[in-house]
Unconditional design. Structure first.
Ligand SMILES: C[S@@+](CC[C@H](N)C(=O)[O-])C[C@H]1O[C@@H](n2cnc3c(N)ncnc32)[C@H](O)[C@@H]1O
Length: 246
């Protein structure tokens, strides 16, 4: 991937906010912002992978000062063009390693984006970077899916998850490295156009170890923003770790 915007160049940024995913509904955005406002506990927040400001903007409107890191100029240009976007300082760079000025009571990374870091080392570096930005007592919040490997019958490594007249989507898993690639074929006029995005799936318990390596300790895990209990059937989680005081 030679594009400095990574997999979130102009063509993705242009339609990112038109998504019909639940994450873009007012209900989910309000619940996310309620949760993050409480975790920020009156201090400033740093969003890793701030994107187009889906959450940063409403969080800032609640009175939480937000700083963002993102590698995509195309995505962050969209943020800047929105009302209030000029109030969110953004640092362009890799969120696993980029250091910004200041300390934060909240660092957060949403919507499965920890999986955009495609190696375990990069994911560990991200936890270390989050910890570096936290005040003592500050919180790191990650929202990410639980890997759905139970959908993989023995001997199979491909999971189709959308098959409609205009789009086919499927994930290809390498269970040795936890590398996953999402493939999409867009069909128009009988012709298909293919693109793919690499991820690395990561287990909740593995994230706890990454947090421990970074000097953070668990402060809660839920199945959603409203504090739903996390169980063996949960398909995603909102996890919180804390930088110990002293
Ligand atoms: C799915 S979007 C999430 C944006 C926003 N956090 C949200 O919840 O709507 C993923 C974002 O992560 C950014 N990104 C992916 N990998 C990155 C990396 N290693 N460093 C910085 N930004 C990255 C992309 O540019 C994109 O804006």
């Amino acid at each position: 991937m030679d594009d400095p915007d990574g997999y979130f160049g102009q063509h993705v940024a242009a339609t990112y906010d038109d998504s019909t995913d639940d994450e873009f509904t007012e209900t989910v955005i309000d619940a996310t912002v309620d949760f993050l406002t409480a975790q920020a506990a009156g201090g400033p927040a740093l969003e890793l992978a701030v994107g187009t400001g889906r959450i940063a903007l409403p969080l800032a409107r609640r009175g939480v000062p937000v700083h963002g890191i993102d590698m995509s100029r195309a995505m962050t240009d969209r943020l800047r063009a929105k009302p209030g976007g000029d109030q969110i300082p953004v640092t362009l760079g890799d969120f696993a390693t980029t250091r910004v000025e200041g300390d934060f009571t909240l660092v957060y990374l949403l919507y499965n984006t920890v999986m955009n870091l495609t190696t375990q080392d990069a994911q560990v570096a991200c936890f270390e970077n989050a910890a570096r930005h936290l005040t003592p007592g500050g919180r790191f919040v990650v929202e990410v899916l639980v890997p759905q490997l139970r959908r993989l019958p023995a001997g199979q490594h491909v999971v189709p998850y959308h098959a409609g007249p205009t789009r086919w989507s499927y994930d290809v898993y390498d269970t040795a490295t936890q590398a996953t690639t999402s493939h999409h074929v867009h069909v128009a006029d009988g012709r298909g156009e293919h693109h793919s995005v690499p991820f690395r799936y990561v287990w909740p318990s593995e994230l706890d170890l990454m947090a421990r390596i970074a000097g953070l300790r668990p402060a809660g895990r839920w199945a959603g923003w409203a504090g739903e209990p996390f169980t063996g059937e949960s398909e995603r989680h909102v996890s919180v770790w804390e930088r110990p005081v002293g």
